[in-house]
Design a protein. Structure first.
Length: 563
């Protein structure tokens, strides 16, 4: 055999670097090189000795950019990237330094009293328990214990722990749905979002509720190929999420539908539908005790939150979640149209059969909550807590956003600059928006200075700024001296008539019963208007302080003192 024929597998007239001879990385399998001779033989010019040569084929090129299969190298690279993402997420949250927001202060004060009641039987004297839109026996005691250990830092670090665990669960469930590459892209985008960064360092029940939603979704994906009865395992975390924060009800339809969508590759329609039914029934049964189901069903985003115009709600949604939602929707469309990309390299098992309809169903289920949350806020006309509620939608849409990012980069990291550009844009938005979220509250430091100067040990105070005075002025007053105007007042006037709610607050102001009244323009509009009119008509009070957020936010504090 000649040297030329042994090392010349490329046919005449075609260079070894001819693009036509190279395989299509998105194409199926190996591509054999054309030869003028019959398959399996070489031409006479290339093989003058007549020795039969094995056909030359180009091996199949994997659609992923790293080792296929379950190699240790692949696992350790993925774990290292997961650790890097968690580090970035923690750093972004830890940089947010500010005084407690009224919602955080209310949760800590209520939590301390709930914890003391649980441990020692001490009566709960504050009305701030109603300020926490969730069960008073779940998140508030945890927040109270963390506050007793390290104040506001303790509760915020607790939320950070919840947020980091949420990201780990998101990575795991996305990896099970797709693979490590999509999972890393999903958490890299999710970890820098404004909602993730803020809620991850914010003493509010949503931090725990989002973690429980992630646990429910992970359980649903993990048990998708097993017996339908195992779908009931997702019911406890779903019910706990709804009881912890009533706003978690946003995620329940998607979690129930996810049980069906994930099971379709493994089961027929009947067993897959049974999984959804069991997940829904299990959640409902667990929410029945203590009237929790009624509280969840009766909750509305407008409860206790500031009203907002449709324009402000849409603008906030576009700023805080627009780019990520577009990425998830694009990922859903691309995934439904074509699966032949690096999402399903099946590192641990053979690829499951799937169809365009099944892929579209999975994508629609996961991205639906990202659109449901702003739609609900538009329906109720409230912008309060929108930045926290968007976290449910972003969590569930993250796997498809990861698909969108991998499709943008392409197989073999063909266009890495596009992926880097999108991620840097998400990072820049998250950095700026999370910092503004912590700065955009009214100047609580100035408010506390005014309140401290006029607070008396025996005074009675009506406030629309729940929690701040109770938390920071605990040394000069007791929580029961502060009445929440948002919750209303139970008051009996001189004639013996009982008044409740806003009517009670107005009657007490009319009689000069309160020593000081604090108004906040972000309170419900009807309550704020009624109190303002009562203060103007009573003649017992004078305005001693008024100031607006130094960053230009519309929130304004007014402090009235009885003279």
């Amino acid at each position: 055999m000649s040297t030329e024929s042994a090392f010349s597998p490329v046919p005449h007239g075609r260079s070894a670097h001819d693009p036509a001879a190279e395989p299509d990385p998105d194409g199926p399998g190996a591509v054999a090189v054309d030869s003028p001779a019959a398959p399996g033989t070489a031409s006479a010019a290339e093989n003058p000795d007549g020795v039969e040569l094995a056909p030359y084929t180009i091996p199949r090129v994997p659609a992923i950019g790293w080792d296929p299969g379950t190699s240790p190298r692949r696992r350790w690279i993925a774990r290292g990237l997961l650790g890097a993402v968690l580090t970035v997420q923690a750093a972004l949250s830890l940089r947010l330094l500010a005084a407690a927001h009224p919602d955080e202060a209310a949760a800590m004060v209520a939590g301390r009293q709930q914890l003391a009641h649980l441990l020692h039987g001490t009566p709960v004297t504050t009305d701030l328990v109603d300020r926490v839109h969730g069960s008073p026996w779940l998140y508030p005691p945890l927040a109270g214990a963390a506050a007793d250990a390290n104040g506001i830092w303790g509760t915020r670090l607790l939320s950070l722990g919840f947020a980091l665990l949420t990201t780990v669960l998101l990575y795991s469930l996305t990896r099970r749905l797709f693979n490590e590459r999509v999972a890393i892209c999903a958490i890299a985008g999710y970890a820098v979002l404004q909602s993730t960064v803020v809620v991850g360092f914010y003493a509010a029940p949503e931090s725990l509720a989002v973690l429980l939603v992630a646990l429910a979704a992970w359980t649903t994906v993990f048990t998708a190929g097993r017996h339908p009865a195992l779908a009931l395992l997702a019911a406890p975390p779903t019910a706990l999420a709804c009881a912890t924060a009533y706003s978690a009800a946003f995620a329940v339809p998607a979690l129930v539908a996810l049980a069906f969508a994930c099971a379709r590759p493994y089961h027929r329609v009947g067993p897959a539908a049974l999984r959804s039914l069991l997940a829904a029934l299990g959640t409902l049964v667990l929410l029945l005790p203590y009237g929790t189901l009624g509280k969840v069903a009766g909750w509305s985003p407008s409860r206790g939150n500031a009203p907002g115009s449709a324009g402000s709600i849409l603008l906030g949604t576009l700023q805080w979640a627009g780019l990520f939602t577009v990425l998830a929707v694009a990922g859903t469309i691309a995934y439904a149209r074509r699966e032949q990309m690096p999402e399903h390299d099946a590192p641990e098992k053979d690829p499951l059969p799937t169809t365009r309809g099944r892929r579209a169903l999975l994508g629609a289920v996961l991205t639906a909550t990202a659109l449901l949350v702003p739609a609900a806020h538009l329906w109720t006309g409230t912008s309060g807590a929108l930045f926290r509620h968007l976290g449910y939608g972003m969590l569930l849409a993250a796997p498809l956003a990861g698909v969108g990012l991998t499709r943008l980069v392409g197989a073999h990291f063909r266009h890495p600059q596009l992926g880097i550009l999108v991620w840097v844009a998400l990072l820049a938005l998250g950095l700026e928006q999370s910092a503004l979220r912590y700065q955009n509250g009214p100047d609580s430091g100035r408010l506390l200075a005014v309140l401290r100067a006029h607070t008396e040990p025996q005074g009675r105070y009506l406030t629309e700024v729940d929690g701040l005075a109770e938390y920071y002025l605990g040394g000069v007053s007791k929580p029961e001296q502060w009445v929440s105007a948002r919750a209303g007042t139970d008051y009996r006037d001189g004639a013996g008539t009982e008044h409740h709610g806003d009517d009670g607050s107005v009657a007490a102001i009319r009689d000069g019963w309160f020593t000081m009244v604090v108004l906040d323009s972000t309170a419900p509009r009807a309550t704020d208007r009624a109190l303002s009119e009562a203060l103007g008509a009573a003649g017992h009070y004078r305005l001693v302080a008024q100031f607006t957020s130094p960053t230009g936010d519309s929130s304004t504090y007014k402090v009235y003192l009885k003279h």
